[in-house]
Design a protein around this ligand. Structure first.
Ligand code: LAC
Length: 234
């Protein structure tokens, strides 16, 4: 027998940015144009290196902002693959990162969440986040853009998740946190948010001792799990 899902009462939805609202793999084409046959591999390694560097710098207590981490990770990923990378390519790819494509349903879902507080909580630097939100034209649907830059440590440090509680003045168990990154899901759940894991590609969960409240195959599915969802506007 199928047990009906209880919906959750949430006063705010807080979204991770890179990989959740914005498709980090939308730079693959630019990478492929620069390094034919190697672009996709480079793009994947760039992203994993970027995340590793954010965690390592947090552990080392050597914060630099995410734009710097992203640039340094690009250099390291090119070096690991033996690809030559000059300043012009680095600049072009960092600009492409500020123009990442949003996933197709993002604007529609954020629009339908009107009436609740909607925020972004991201590793991204304030300038990167402002740029990518502006480029995707979703600014009108976002009430607050929160960057780790104000606490100078990266996710999944609990001080980052606390930023959302403080900025929104909403208790953690009334905040729904939405991320595609399982390590971020784990950090948010350990902190005490209600957590939605957007698992677009059917990946297995990591074994980090916490589980999301709900798993969605795209952002649109969130309306099946929250109280008082606005009707879909066609
Ligand atoms: C972020 C990255 C980590 O937006 O996805 O926080």
């Amino acid at each position: 027998m199928k047990v009906p899902n209880r919906t959750m009462h949430l006063d705010a939805l807080v979204f991770d940015a890179f990989g959740t609202l914005f498709d980090v793999r939308s730079v693959d084409g630019r990478c492929e144009a620069f390094w034919p046959g190697k672009g996709t591999e480079l793009s994947a390694l760039w992203r994993t290196t970027q995340l590793e560097y954010s965690w390592l710098r947090s552990l080392m207590q050597r914060y630099v902002d995410f734009e710097t981490v992203t640039r340094e990770a690009l250099g390291a990923a090119c070096a690991a693959l033996g690809l030559a990378c000059d300043d012009a390519r680095v600049a072009a790819l960092l600009q492409a990162y500020r123009e990442l494509a949003p996933f197709p349903e993002v604007a529609r879902v954020l629009g339908r969440l009107e009436g609740r507080r909607r925020a972004i909580l991201s590793n991204g630097s304030p300038a990167m986040l402002q740029a990518v939100v502006r480029h995707a034209a979703i600014g009108p649907h976002i009430d607050k853009i929160l960057s780790v830059d104000s606490v100078r440590i990266y996710k999944p440090d609990p001080r980052v998740y606390q930023l959302a509680v403080d900025a929104l003045e909403i208790p953690r168990d009334r905040i729904g946190f939405v991320s595609s990154n399982f390590w971020d899901v784990s950090g948010a759940k350990a902190f005490g948010f209600r957590v939605f894991w957007v698992n677009r590609s059917g990946r297995p969960a990591d074994a980090l001792g916490v589980a999301p409240d709900r798993t969605l195959d795209n952002l649109e599915r969130i309306f099946e799990h929250i109280d008082g969802a606005m009707p879909e506007i066609m």
